[in-house]
Design a protein. Structure first.
Lengths: 336, 269
């Protein structure tokens, strides 16, 4: 796509999570989108595709949007790659947004990459910050700050000549903004999709059992465990303390290999990123693969026997002590 | 018989990369190149499907001439042959340009049943190429598979998708993306290494592919990296002094400052 002047407004793919609620991450992106829209003097537009989409509009209206474009249809109950890609691409072609932001979720990542390909435009995935930048490439371009090389490097990337400028953003990166604009414009689009386009036949789709009810990325208090807890019995105390304190357990790769902890609780490069208020690292040495997943936590306390453990370099409070011993005392203290 | 293609990338082996202060790019001199760690799982799947259903595994990479060594390594593991997509004009391709070039390659190949990829590369970490190649070739991409079988040219599998675990059927050709926990990549045998030098590696360059004019990695990639910086984490690093009990006492105070309270666990939440 060319002639960048024709493109305006900031779009946010306002994803509906498991057909029950607006995804928190989408509301957070709307918060950042509001700032961008104000700075550019353009509109903030929420894009909603869902079954009974009308039920989600009041929530979205309270998060700073100027406009909502939505489609409502039974086939939009779950994210479907063919259907969502086609419908959203049609919208982009018709309305020509300058910026298009999506949550970095299973659906958001897939949709973003597909739309970017169809538009022959650039996509910066998993940005940790967004700003408007003027340089020799042009004025007021969207600059995405993205981690690379397993979190060791931050790359600043922009997309000067093609539109929309697209980014995906992880949950917890931005803050929601409670703000209701006057005269929010609402546009309903008719559902238009040819079912013969669908190539994947779904025979059955039971709810998966391996998905934890509470997710690490939403937790306010996370208790992390590593190899320094030495034995499985010690690691199990972590679950107990989590129960007593309304926390969530996570950990490094090691306790998974040791059989102490399930896969989905891994924090770091091949697992989850946490955005907690407080993170307690018990017996974690602090390999970069783990550390990249915890740096978004507000406060980090590390407990490790080894005073030279790299985890202390990234911690706010450093406690040189045996992690299992500290855990034992905390458990006694917090037990009701 | 299946025509299986596995996409791999050669990446620098770095734990703690340095940024060149003059150019703002990652220092690559003196750094060993390896097969992207995620790609081993894709290779393992390709080789095991060939053993089960018969066929041919071709390993494909795009990169400089030295990337041939990654292809030889994959062949040593059990792939049958390789394709090196290499031309100066492909250098600096972003994901869009990469997907467009790969489309030209597969249009040239014509017969393919399965194209297998890893999840993401350890250097640029975008994870976009599988989706974009799926768009380019207009074939489905199946992710997060946990069981699979192939009957005739129909692929049946169970996969996790959102909060569902779906049983699906799809006609080949398809793209499959495998995760890190999907399988255990086999080790390379000495015989495999020896044989790998006699296997065929085809070179596909710009001319061999009749590339359209919009293919130009350096000039036509829509994204521009304007700055790279080493990520530095700044934290308080306050060491809590005293004996163990004093340290724990202070820890509990900090926890209370963060409103970590005792909660009543007698009632199911």
């Amino acid at each position: 796509m060319s002639n960048t002047d024709e493109y305006k407004d900031i779009w946010v793919f306002t994803e509906i999570k498991d057909h029950v609620k607006v995804h928190d991450c989408a509301l957070e992106i709307l918060g950042k989108g509001r700032d961008l829209a104000d700075n550019l003097g353009q509109k903030l537009v929420a894009i909603v595709l869902a079954l009974d989409a009308e039920q989600y509009l009041p929530t979205i209206e309270e998060h700073g949007v100027d406009k909502i474009i939505y489609l409502s249809h039974i086939d939009l109950k779950h994210y479907h790659e063919r259907i969502f890609t086609k419908l959203v691409y049609d919208l982009v072609l018709k309305h020509k947004p300058s910026i298009f932001l999506l949550p970095s979720t299973e659906a958001g990542n897939a949709l973003a990459a597909r739309i970017a390909f169809r538009c022959r435009t650039g996509l910066v995935s998993n940005v940790l910050d967004l700003e408007l930048n003027s340089s020799e490439f042009g004025a007021n371009l969207l600059l995405g700050n993205k981690p690379a090389f397993q979190g060791n490097i931050r790359a600043k990337i922009l997309c000067p000549d093609t539109r929309p400028q697209m980014c995906t953003i992880s949950g917890g990166t931005f803050k929601k903004k409670k703000l209701k604009k006057e005269n929010i414009e609402i546009e309903k689009i008719d559902y238009d999709f040819d079912p013969s386009e669908i190539k994947i036949k779904i025979i059955g789709a039971p709810t998966r059992k391996d998905k934890p009810s509470a997710t690490l990325s939403d937790a306010k208090f996370v208790l992390g465990g590593g190899h320094g807890l030495a034995i499985k019995e010690n690691f199990q105390k972590l679950y107990k303390l989590a129960k007593y304190t309304d926390g969530q357990v996570g950990g490094t790769r090691r306790p998974i290999l040791d059989g102490w902890m399930p896969e989905h609780l891994q924090i770091g490069i091949s697992g989850e990123t946490i955005f907690s208020e407080l993170y307690l690292a018990f017996g974690i040495s602090g390999a970069i693969q783990h550390v990249v997943g915890i740096t978004e936590s507000k406060t980090i306390i590390a407990i490790n026997k080894d005073p030279t453990a790299p985890i202390f370099k990234v911690a706010d409070y450093c406690i040189v002590a045996d992690a299992a011993e500290v855990l034992e005392v905390l458990l006694k203290y917090y037990k009701v | 018989m299946l025509d299986i293609f596995v996409l791999i990338k050669q990446v620098p082996k770095v734990h703690d990369p340095e940024v060149d202060r003059k150019t703002g790019t990652i220092v690559r001199e003196g750094i060993e190149n390896i097969i992207n760690p995620d790609d081993w799982y894709a290779l393992e799947l390709g080789i095991s499907l060939k053993k089960k259903y018969g066929g041919n595994v071709t390993v494909v990479t795009m990169g400089p001439a030295q990337a041939e060594s990654a292809l030889r390594e994959a062949i040593a593991m059990g792939a049958d042959d390789g394709i090196l997509i290499c031309d100066n004009i492909f250098a600096y391709s972003d994901t869009l340009q990469t997907a467009l070039v790969l489309k030209e390659v597969f249009d040239k190949i014509e017969n393919y049943d399965l194209i297998i990829t890893g999840t993401e590369t350890s250097d640029s970490s975008t994870g976009q190429v599988p989706y974009q190649l799926s768009e380019a070739l207009d074939i489905p991409l199946i992710t997060d598979i946990f069981t699979m079988e192939i009957e005739d040219k129909c692929f049946k599998c169970q996969r996790n998708f959102g909060h569902e675990s779906q049983n699906i059927e799809v006609d080949l050709p398809i793209l499959i993306r495998v995760g890190r926990h999907f399988n255990e990549p086999r080790l390379i045998s000495l015989l495999g290494i020896k044989e790998s030098y006699y296997k065929d590696v085809k070179l596909f360059d710009f001319n061999a592919l009749n590339c359209p004019e919009y293919i130009d990695g350096c000039n036509k990639s829509p994204t521009k990296v304007v700055k790279t910086e080493k990520f530095v984490i700044k934290r308080k690093n306050e060491f809590i002094e005293g004996n163990v009990n004093e340290k724990i006492q202070r820890l509990i105070e900090i926890m209370q400052e963060h409103r970590i309270e005792k909660i009543w666990t007698g009632v199911k939440k």
